[in-house]
Write a protein that binds this ligand. Sequence first.
Ligand code: TA6
Length: 300
Amino acid sequence: MNFSSLNKKHRIPGKLEITSEHGGLPIAIITNKFAKVLVSIYGAHVLSYQPKGQEEVLWMSSQSTFEEGNPIRGGIPICFPWFGPHASDSQKPQHGFARLQMWKVTKTADLPGGETQLCLSLQQDQKLKTLWPYSFLAEMIITVGASLNVAFRCTNTSKEQLSYTGALHSYFTVSDIANIKIKGLRGSRYYNGIGATVPSAQEEDNLVIQKEENRRYIDTTSDCIIEDSGLSRKIRVGKKGSRVTVVWNPGAEMAKKIADMPDDGYKTMICVEAVNAYNDIVVVQPKENRTLATTITVES
Ligand code: TA6
């Protein structure tokens, strides 16, 4: 990839530069009056979000490989066009192929309120056709303002209806998993783990993580708030176009089995994910599109 011509075409002086970092992957560095954000063009993957004068918001594994062919462990991976393992073919990549592709930079913009926007796209090609038969246009629109907004839009460019599952699988950094409470899920029902078929009810105001958790909350559109007493901050995780929220922490035993996560990595991260799955499978008619978005705001 020719970084300098990509940068020349899309840079916004003083606000957005595309450079080669992290093992040679192209990375957009956005710096404006609101925050500093790093985005890998490989995977259309937000790696870091640091609002001005504040601590890092997203968690990134110190053991992530940053190599094409591997997913990046941390930040905001996009899962598309399926969430989790493929329904019928275990040879196909977990969480779909979108996080494993080099995306195209289509547009950058300096918006009137001082926000900075980066737009990326991915389209079907011969290789992707073997994994998923539909013709599609996927776009990732990342807007850095007082909040970080990440919007994934899929347009059906084929002649037949298509359907998919997916997620914005956000990893947040926390002072210590023992210090956090997650609010916003009370009254929702969740499947406890991948294989669960009977939902449990969330009766408590606060979700506290004391072991491995992989909760799949259905029929919820609410914001979640991660309250972190160690960092004295609240992270508000909003979403649009999703009725499922997944909360995941691998716990001590599972973390040891994840090759690109340090053994103690589970102590400083929590995933709160905007998901389309279960009874929220996305169906798109030809020429139509659907958007899944998450908005991340730090509140003191
Ligand atoms: O969203 C939770 C989950 O689906 C877990 O089951 C766990 O496997 C996690 O995502 C991470 O998946 P990955 O393929 O990135 O290792």
